[in-house]
Design a protein around this ligand. Sequence first.
Ligand code: SF4
Length: 65
Amino acid sequence: MHVVVDFDQCDANGLCVDAAPGVFELGEDDVLRVRAEHPAPALWPAAENAARSCPKLAITLRDDA
Ligand code: SF4
């Protein structure tokens, strides 16, 4: 899995961080960062929840293959 965020759409509301703290984090500057661009399979369900929870539809999950 490859986690891609459209930062032009992201408003840093942190919902994806709540859903998948192993994949996303908010920096002290309130800018979203992707902690795991290629998360381990154990984190995929959380990453999928995060993508669904993003009100800006800013998260895309791609197959690595
Ligand atoms: S849920 Fe979407 S808009 Fe909110 S911080 Fe995450 S990527 Fe950005």
